[in-house]
Design a protein around this ligand. Structure first.
Ligand code: SAM
Ligand code: SF4
Length: 338
């Protein structure tokens, strides 16, 4: 065992030499809202609960993956806070030797109620999705109401002591242009980091088109027109997908995540686990590796290790969204885990 990194086996390397150190864990495909760029509004067939990995199964898999070099976890969904007692999973994950960072991505609707228990469980970081500050736009996007709850959730998260809160906003043309400046102003006032994520072809309704992507460079221009020149900030972590910029007046930072116009696959270090226990090597992967069957049939650590390496060995160099041969995955974002 290498005493430095706690590994019991070699790093998880793909064919292009990328070491995989981060895992996104989806804990449910369910959600309490219906963002049109992610979920269908009706006729959704959610996974039955017996098909969803238990907290014990997730924890034992992460224990094995930590031994292979996984260090950072992000818990997501669907909406992770609709999974009952989520704080208990967080508590187990932060205690796994080798895991140094556990983050959560949430729509914030249930955060006011759960922020304290998540904080007590040892959650390190929170990302909260916030596309607008106007209730009517919130309802148009989510087909539900509840912006006030999200805003109270953000407030509560700050009160209970989360200091690394990020706000994530979708970047979609025809929708986001009017929201950019209000969101930037809100984030600056609150001392939070705001990041815009380009709309990706992962919407269940399959309405994505290249023209519907509001590019990071367009957003940068809008922000610069209002707040003056943005200064690029070098990230210490090359696998970090956001390009960060500092406001010239010291008003914090804004991040642009540009998977469509500036893919960042070269530095990808991520693996994904779906709620039903399928391992994926990319958001856009069209293949999955069934780790749940192994976990439920009493497979050995070596067998799970082999499956993980097989999954990573099959990883493509890049997602290829902009290429002729791009094939959309059958699953939408809420079924994969964003
Ligand atoms: N329900 C939680 C939430 O919304 O934060 C976690 C899961 S959600 C799938 C994670 C992130 O994916 C959200 O910030 C959401 O805006 C983003 N997302 C969903 N569909 C997307 C799409 N088609 N393109 C880009 N981002 C998307
Ligand atoms: Fe739910 Fe998140 Fe998808 Fe919106 S983006 S529908 S909050 S899973």
């Amino acid at each position: 065992m290498n005493p430095e990194n706690n590994n019991t086996s070699p790093a998880i390397l793909d064919r292009f030499g990328r070491a995989h150190t981060a895992l996104r864990i989806s804990v449910t495909d369910r959600c309490n809202i219906r963002c049109f760029y992610c979920m269908p509004d009706e006729s959704i067939r959610f996974l039955p609960s017996r098909e969803i990995l238990s907290f014990e199964e997730i924890t034992s898999l992460v224990g094995i993956l930590a031994g292979m070099g996984i260090r950072k976890l992000r818990v997501t969904g669907g909406e992770p806070l609709v999974r009952s007692q989520l704080h208990k999973l967080i508590e187990k994950l932060v205690a796994i030797p080798g895991i140094v960072d556990v983050a959560l991505t949430t729509n914030g609707i249930l955060l006011e109620e759960q922020a304290q228990s998540l904080r007590d469980a040892g959650l390190h970081r929170l990302n909260i999705s916030l596309d607008t500050l106007r209730e009517e736009v919130f309802q148009r996007i989510t087909r539900r109401s509840g912006l006030d709850r999200v805003l109270r959730g953000i407030e509560r998260a700050r009160q209970v002591g989360f200091d690394k809160i990020r706000l994530n906003a979708i970047a979609m043309s025809g929708l986001t242009e009017t929201e950019v400046i209000p969101l930037a102003e809100f984030a600056r006032q609150q001392g939070l980091e705001l990041r815009f994520i380009e709309f990706m072809p992962l919407d269940a309704e399959q309405a994505w088109q290249p023209v519907k992507v509001l590019s990071g460079s367009d957003i940068r221009q809008m922000i610069e027109q209002r707040f003056g020149p943005l200064e690029p900030v070098e990230s210490a972590d090359p696998s970090q997908p956001a390009r960060n910029f500092a406001y010239a007046d010291g008003g914090g930072q804004v991040g642009l995540i540009n998977p469509v116009t500036e893919p960042f696959c070269d530095a990808c270090n991520r693996l994904r686990l779906t709620a039903e226990g399928k391992l994926r090597n990319c958001l856009f992967s069209t293949a999955e590796w069934d780790v749940r069957s192994l976990l439920r049939s009493g497979a050995t650590t070596t067998e799970i290790d082999e499956l993980v390496r097989e999954c990573v060995a099959a990883k493509k160099r890049a997602h290829g969204i902009n290429g002729e041969a791009f094939e959309r995955p059958a699953k939408a974002m809420y079924q994969i885990g964003g």
